[in-house]
Design a protein around this ligand. Structure first.
Ligand SMILES: *[C@@H]1O[C@H](CO)[C@@H](O)[C@H](O)[C@H]1NC(C)=O
Ligand SMILES: *[C@@H]1O[C@H](CO)[C@@H](O)[C@H](O)[C@H]1NC(C)=O
Length: 270
């Protein structure tokens, strides 16, 4: 926090009019007790409590993160929040033009923007990204958890199902809440607890208004299939290797007994 402004100085400056005017006055050096730097903020908030049926407009003024005064459409006037904010609130409340502007904001600013955004949102669609990941290292005939990640879609209405060998799974399916990414898009994860067997086919199927036909992502327990084929390759390799070694040994031993490796000249000459 920055050091608070001397109350009497603030009052004196605020008396000049709006916050902006007060700032200009401060920079002009007429308020000798003001700190060298400070932050003023104004925040306009529209609270939509039941669509655009029930709207509350707040216009809030801050000095060094401390709220001094605000306009509240439920009250219809500026309300001081601290002693320093009172001169501002009094001044603004005494000016019919400022009050009229603030009172019109619910219709002119909040509801107007709500309608514009709603129009945009109605036609705005983002196609979900879908992928399947097993949570544990896969092996056949062991229980595992498959996760279908459905991510970055809009609007949030979506239908997701797990289909095993053409039949929808319902019993051992769990899902996260609908998670908001904070940028208007959503994600949700659907879990399936299962014991995959060789030849099984798992499908995560997603229906969404951004799609003409459902997205289907397939998963098969083929990691274990490939492990099996690797094992098979190993066995074949071992057997072949054994055969070759045996053959080589037999030939070697036969050769050793039969034709001598080192020629004996006497015999040949004779
Ligand atoms: C919200 O507004 C609708 C009219 O659009 C009304 O029927 C409904 O009762 C309101 N809900 C609440 C909780 O006030
Ligand atoms: C989800 O399924 C229901 C019932 O079949 C259907 O009425 C609805 O339109 C579907 N929603 C989406 C987003 O596809």
């Amino acid at each position: 926090m920055r050091p608070p402004l001397n109350p009497s100085a603030w009052k004196w400056c605020a008396g000049a009019g709006t916050v902006l005017l007060a700032l200009l006055t401060l920079h002009g050096g007429h308020c000798g007790t003001a700190p060298a730097d400070f932050v003023t903020q104004a925040k306009a908030e529209c609270h939509f409590l039941n669509g655009s049926e029930r709207v509350r407009f707040l216009l809030r003024y801050f000095y060094n993160q401390e709220e001094l005064a605000y306009f509240d459409s439920d009250v219809g006037r500026f309300v001081p929040k601290t002693e320093f904010g009172k001169p501002d609130a009094d001044y603004w409340n005494s000016d019919p033009a400022i009050l009229e502007d603030a009172r019109a904001a619910v219709e002119r600013y909040c509801k107007h923007n709500y309608d514009v955004r709603k129009q945009d949102a109605r036609s705005w669609k983002v196609i979900p990204k879908v992928r399947i990941t097993p949570t544990k290292t896969m092996s056949l005939d062991h229980q595992t958890m498959l996760v279908c990640y459905v991510e970055d879609f809009y609007p949030p209405a979506i239908n997701i199902s797990w289909i095993k060998n053409g039949k929808e799974e319902t019993g051992s399916v769990m899902s996260t809440e609908m998670l908001q990414n904070g940028d208007w898009t959503y994600q949700i994860h659907l879990f399936l607890e299962t014991t995959p067997e060789r030849g099984d086919t798992y499908v995560c199927q997603v229906e969404h208004s951004s799609l003409k036909s459902p997205i289907t992502v397939e998963w098969k327990p083929d990691s274990s299939e490939s492990a099996k084929s690797k094992r098979l390759t190993g066995i074949v390799g071992f057997v072949l290797g054994a055969i070759f070694i045996t053959l080589g040994l037999i030939i070697y031993l036969k050769n050793k007994k039969g034709t001598p490796r080192i020629p004996v000249p006497q015999n040949d000459v004779a």
